[in-house]
Design a protein around this ligand. Structure first.
Ligand code: TTP
Ligand code: MG
Length: 429
């Protein structure tokens, strides 16, 4: 499996199909997986909790437990007031009871790894943002007309093969997909097509937007901004002067805009740019011209990051979803714009006369010029915080323990070194 897909930053003419997959009450679902008698019952998973003890905090609670007011980050002692322990509840207790279990990260990571394997198999690019949450770019695999069936069968697969439920949101970018997956939890599937985005977002309370936490929401309300619709029509300059750059970002999110590509977390192992034609074309000069523009963009990105590359590749998508990738590896890392252009044109030759819908250019096998780059694993072990913290967007939510990134889910293929000048046919997914 490779985490380094070919999904490049979207260009303005490009629409993407992005899924956000978020497992429902994940730790509790894992506990139910190995203890099926807990299904349908209130389950509380405690961080720093030990059987029979009142200490610790709620990491998560099943939806049945949430109905009784139990929620993440609450002290276990408080949860016990709402839901006495099933094992020790007095015989005459006729109210609801809870099943308490201590956190078992090693087990949850195992389950997460199994889910991850499925996700990487169905998407061109995957961004794992926590132990139970990931974004998938499936633009080259499925169109809007069939994405609901696609997402529904992904949910079913995770449920049947792994035994835990997921909610899935689909949108034209990460921020919309994230809001969509939260919209109908648990076991939700919400598809928001590009034309529906503004209408879908408008009535939602601002805190449901990606990047708006409780503190920002309070401040926004103070400014008379309560819904995403209010935020979308608020004065951008006023937002920026109040919240800094983040003001502009949440304004964009309220308007359903989010230019971030779905990229794996951490230091990139490849850099790519992609662009779709408005209408598929078989004009080879137009194809070459577009490839050269993409090559320029990619080279610019490598220069701004001081990156050297050893492998240069192209992607050619024929309508509707026939993805072809070709790449060539050099004997050593280079930073050479002319070479990128000539290799790209060379690789394109076999597609002369073909009808093309979309193109991509990618450089991979990256090293960083300063020679001080930390090993990939170090970078990839870095944690991302919760919603908002992920992008430094917001203060984030209170967490008794963040879903962590030290879960070893970061191995990626390292393409074997290839002989100079040899063109290889690779599957980037
Ligand atoms: P979430 O996806 O935020 O929560 P969840 O999966 O339990 O529930 P939902 O159905 O609303 O998605 O977080 C994933 C896991 O991270 C969660 O199962 C437990 C852990 N976690 C904590 O340890 N502390 C916290 O405060 C939160 C919010 C989550
Ligand atoms: Mg979850």
């Amino acid at each position: 499996m490779s985490g380094a897909g070919f999904a490049g930053p979207p260009t303005s003419d490009e629409e993407r199909v992005v899924l956000h997959v978020d497992m429902d009450c994940f730790y509790a679902a894992c506990e139910r997986r190995r203890e099926p008698t807990l299904r349908g019952k209130p389950v509380v998973v405690g961080m720093g909790y030990e059987a029979g003890e009142p200490h610790g905090a709620v990491a998560t609670a099943s939806y049945e437990a949430r109905e009784h007011g139990v929620e993440s980050a609450q002290p276990i002692s408080q949860a016990l007031e709402a839901l006495p322990r099933a094992e020790t509840a007095p015989d005459d207790h006729d109210g609801p009871v809870g099943h308490y279990r201590p956190v078992d990260m090693a087990y949850y990571r195992e389950v997460s790894d199994e889910i991850r394997a499925i996700l990487h198999g169905v998407a061109d690019a995957v961004r794992e943002v926590s132990i139970d949450e990931a974004y998938l770019d499936v633009t080259d695999r499925v169109g809007w007309h069939s994405v609901e069936v696609f997402a529904s069968s992904l949910k079913e697969r995770i449920d049947e093969e792994i035994g835990v439920p997921a909610s899935v949101g689909v949108g034209p970018n990460m921020s919309v997909a994230k809001v969509a997956s939260d919209y109908d939890k648990p076991d939700g599937l919400v598809v928001v097509e590009p034309a529906e985005v503004r209408e879908f977002l408008a009535p939602l309370p601002v805190e449901e937007l990606h990047g708006v936490g409780p503190v920002t929401a309070r401040e926004l309300r103070g400014m008379g901004v309560g819904t995403a619709g209010d935020l979308a029509s608020a004065d951008r300059d006023a937002l920026v002067s109040r919240f800094g750059a983040r003001g502009g970002t949440i304004h964009d999110h309220a308007r359903g805009r989010d230019p971030r590509p779905v990229e794996p977390v951490g230091k990139p192992k490849s850099l790519s740019s992609e662009s779709a034609f408005t209408e598929p074309t078989d004009a080879f000069d137009a194809v070459c011209e577009r490839l050269l523009r993409l090559a320029d963009e990619v080279v610019e990105r490598t220069e701004s990051r001081d990156a050297l590359y050893k492998t240069i590749g192209i992607k050619v998508v024929r309508p509707p979803f026939d993805v072809n990738t070709r790449e060539r590896s050099l004997s050593g890392p280079v930073a050479d714009a002319d070479l990128v252009e000539s290799v790209v044109l060379d690789l394109a030759e076999e597609f002369e006369g073909e009808t093309v819908r979309k193109l991509g250019v990618r450089v991979s096998n990256l090293t960083f010029a300063e020679g001080t780059q930390a090993p990939l694993d170090e970078w990839e072990g870095e944690r991302e915080g919760g919603v908002g913290a992920e992008d430094g967007l917001d203060e984030g939510e209170a967490r008794s323990e963040g879903p962590d990134r030290d879960d070893g889910r970061s191995e990626h293929d390292r393409p074997a070194d290839r002989a100079r000048g040899q063109t290889t046919f690779v599957d980037f997914t």
